[in-house]
Design a protein around this ligand. Structure first.
Ligand code: RIB
Ligand code: CA
Length: 318
């Protein structure tokens, strides 16, 4: 049975990797891609998404324009890691034009696609959750019609990559993350920051992955070079990821959505997002003692089958 996906993203480098892993998987049908501000301003996200689809010869996939601002928070981007343009700041004179975008906006498009495929769509969210928050405001029954929700975001040990205690997607729009974790009661799987760091890819594998003699590999090598240089720096390894390899955060959530055997260990716990804390705003809160009396629990990913994950990466650039 094909897995039907909607991907909500803020194409940056790891979002691009996640798209390419999905498009290379034999059992996946991408029904639509919805764009949100995040790593870079929305206009770049739209252009970057089309650039990735072009190199994959998949410009047939509809791309929708979503939110350009968070619900309440001050807007922030991640240009120092992904590049100002979100894809490594490499010139792309042949980039597709924005005339290829759908006229319909992201949230109504998500709702329409899910209404046409009730109970079948897996929503993969690798950006700030603003579009998803808008969707559930427009149609409170939307989450119930999803097969599942896969999120890259949040944290489990209060480690931050953007603020001291905050992971970028949740910190960029804490109110949206709060709404989604509160109102999306479909099966929810979360790939948090620390999990992605602990399951990073060895640099030797990355060199092998990018050395494939294909157009996709050449494209990925170009757009990933800035962020890989940053990620390989000793400071970044020590201070941010505390890991030893490359951390393609979004691809963990995507891989989990397309391969049910990928996640080898997870824990089921009620979660929410801190909105008030001076240092903790945007931090994910795990309610092990069930103080919040939340009926809905999320599956928090803890470990993956790294060899399967590596194979998906290799296939994505063939
Ligand atoms: O914290 C990592 C997340 O923030 C990833 O989704 C990355 O693309 C950035 O959006
Ligand atoms: Ca992202």
């Amino acid at each position: 049975m094909k897995k039907k996906l909607i991907i909500d993203l803020d194409t940056g480098v790891d979002d691009a990797q996640a798209i390419m892993v999905a498009l290379a998987a034999p059992n996946v049908e991408v029904l639509g891609i919805t764009c949100c501000f995040g790593n870079t301003p929305l206009e770049n996200v739209l252009k970057n998404t089309l650039r990735v689809l072009k190199v994959c010869n998949r410009l047939d996939i509809p791309v929708y324009c979503g939110c350009s601002e968070p619900l309440l928070a001050r807007k922030r981007h991640a240009g120092d890691y992904h590049g100002k343009d979100g894809l490594g700041d490499v010139p792309d004179p042949d980039a597709p034009g924005l005339e290829l975008l759908q006229k319909k906006k992201a949230a109504p498009a998500m709702i329409k696609i899910v209404n046409q495929n009730p109970g079948e769509v897996r929503l993969v969210a690798t950006a700030p959750l603003t579009n998803l928050a808008v969707a559930v405001q427009l149609d409170p029954s939307f989450p119930k019609k999803l097969n599942a929700l896969y999120i890259m975001g949040g944290n489990t040990e209060s480690r931050g990559n953007t603020t001291a205690c905050g992971e970028f997607n949740f910190v960029a729009d804490p109110e949206a993350a709060y709404i989604v974790l509160d109102r999306y009661t479909c099966p929810t799987y979360i790939a948090p920051w620390e999990f992605s760091c602990r399951n990073s890819l060895p640099w030797s594998f990355c060199d092998h992955w990018l050395s494939q003699n294909t157009e996709k590999a050449a494209f990925m090598k170009k757009i990933a070079s800035l962020s890989m240089k940053k990620a390989r720096s000793a400071d970044y390894q020590k201070e941010i990821t505390a890991g030893q390899g490359f951390n393609s955060c979004d691809t963990y959530a995507m891989a989990a959505a397309i391969d049910d055997a990928l996640i080898t260990e997870s824990e089921e716990v009620a979660v929410t997002v801190e909105l008030e804390g001076t240092n903790t705003r945007g931090m994910m809160v795990l309610d092990y003692i069930e103080q919040l009396k939340k009926k809905h629990k999320a599956f928090i990913m803890k470990n993956i089958d790294l060899e399967r994950f590596k194979q998906m990466f290799m296939n994505s650039l063939k």
